[in-house]
Design a protein around this ligand. Structure first.
Ligand SMILES: [Zn+2]
Length: 326
C-alpha cells in the first residue's frame, strides 16, 4: 500500500505528539513523586554517582573487579529502596505510558511498520478524501418527510409513506452497520434526498469507528486520474477507495465521461464486490441509462449485488426556493 509523503508526514507528526505527551506525563509524575517523597531525590543522586564511580574504578585498574562488585550491590540496594518508596507512595509506575505499547509510539517494531501507524495513515487518507464533504450537516433527524406528498394514491402508497419506509430502512442500516452490510443503490431524480440519507449513514458509521470514504463520482474520477497519470503525489486514493469499510459513491453519472472514467468506476465497484465490502451508490440515472453509459456488465453487477432504493417526490431544493420566494 502506498501513500504520499504528505500523508506520512501528517502521521509522523501525530506520533511525535504522542511521544511528547507521554514524556511530559512522565516528568509530571516524577515531580509529584519527588514532592511526596523528597528522600527519593537523594537516593537517585546516589544511584547516578554509583555509575560515575564504576567508570572510575574501571579506569583506576587496581582492584577494579572487587570495586565493581561492591558498586553493583550498592546500586541494586538503592534501586530496591527507590522501588519500595514508589510502592509506598503509590507511584509504582513512573515509566512512559505510550498509546501503543508495541512500538512505543515510534510507528515501527523491529524495522516493520506497526499497526498503529498503518491505522493513522489510513485515517489520514480518508480524512483527506472526505475533506470537502459537509458530513455534519446531514443527519437522520434533519431529514424532513414534510417535503414528500401524502396525497392518497388509492391502493398505492403515497410518496411520504414510501419515503418513510426508506428512511426507516436507512436508519436501521446505519444503526446495524457492519462490514458485512449489503450494498445499496439509491436512485431517483435530483433533489429527493439521496445525498442527505447517504451522508447520514456515513455519519453514523464514522461515529461507530468505521473507515468511511465519501466521494462524488466526479471527484473520484479526477483523483484517480491524477494518481494514474502521476500528476500528484500518490495519496493511496485507489487503495482507500477499494479497502475502506464503507464507500459512498455519490452522484454516479455526473462525472466527465471517458473510457478512463467508466473503467475506473467499474473497477472500484467490482473490486469491492470481490472483497465483499459494502458500497452505497446514489445516482439520477435509470438502469437503462446505466447500461448505455457504462456497460451491460456494470449494470448487471449492480442489479445482482445491490439493494435498490427508489426515491420519489418533487425536487426539495426547488420546494425550498419556492417557500423562500413566497
Ligand atoms: Zn504502534
Amino acid at each position: 500500500m502506498g501513500y504520499g509523503r504528505e500523508i506520512y508526514d501528517a502521521a509522523e507528526k501525530i506520533l511525535r505528539e504522542r511521544r511528547r505527551t507521554a514524556e511530559e506525563d512522565v516528568e509530571k509524575r516524577k515531580a509529584a513523586f519527588h514532592k511526596r517523597c523528597p528522600e527519593a531525590r537523594r537516593i537517585e543522586r546516589e544511584l547516578s554517582s554509583t555509575a560515575i564511580r564504576a567508570a572510575r574504578a574501571v579506569l583506576g585498574g587496581k582492584d577494579a573487579a572487587l570495586q565493581l562488585r561492591n558498586l553493583k550491590t550498592e546500586n541494586q540496594s538503592l534501586q530496591a529502596e527507590i522501588a519500595r518508596l514508589q510502592r509506598e507512595t503509590g507511584f509504582d509506575d513512573l515509566g512512559p505510558r505510550y498509546r501503543c505499547s508495541r512500538c512505543r509510539d515510534t510507528g515501527y517494531v523491529d524495522g516493520k511498520m506497526c499497526g498503529c501507524l498503518k491505522d493513522l495513515l489510513r485515517e489520514e487518507s480518508y480524512r483527506r478524501l472526505n475533506e470537502l464533504t459537509p458530513l455534519s450537516l446531514s443527519t437522520f433527524e434533519s431529514f424532513s418527510l414534510g417535503y414528500y406528498s401524502d396525497e392518497n394514491l388509492g391502493d398505492r402508497p403515497s410518496d411520504r409513506e414510501l419515503m418513510r419506509d426508506h428512511l426507516r430502512y436507512c436508519v436501521d442500516y446505519a444503526g446495524h452497520f457492519t462490514t458485512c452490510s449489503p450494498n445499496l443503490i439509491m436512485t431517483g431524480s435530483t433533489g429527493l434526498g439521496k445525498t442527505h440519507l447517504s451522508l447520514a449513514i456515513a455519519n453514523e458509521a464514522i461515529q461507530k469507528g468505521f473507515g468511511v470514504v465519501y466521494c462524488s463520482a466526479g471527484s473520484l474520477v479526477s483523483k484517480l486520474e491524477n494518481e494514474h497519470f502521476g500528476r500528484c503525489a500518490n495519496d493511496g486514493t485507489s487503495d482507500s477507495l477499494q479497502n475502506c469499510d464503507l464507500l459512498i459513491l455519490d452522484d454516479l453519472g455526473t462525472e466527465y465521461k471517458s473510457s478512463f472514467s467508466s473503467s475506473a468506476i467499474y473497477n472500484i465497484v467490482n473490486v469491492r464486490l470481490l472483497l465483499k465490502k459494502p458500497t452505497i451508490i446514489s445516482t439520477n440515472l435509470t438502469m437503462k441509462e446505466m447500461v448505455e453509459i457504462y456497460s451491460e456488465r456494470f449494470a448487471s453487477r449492480i442489479i445482482g449485488s445491490y439493494r435498490r432504493i427508489v426515491f420519489v417526490g418533487r425536487d426539495i431544493r426547488q420546494q425550498k426556493r419556492m417557500q423562500r420566494a413566497n
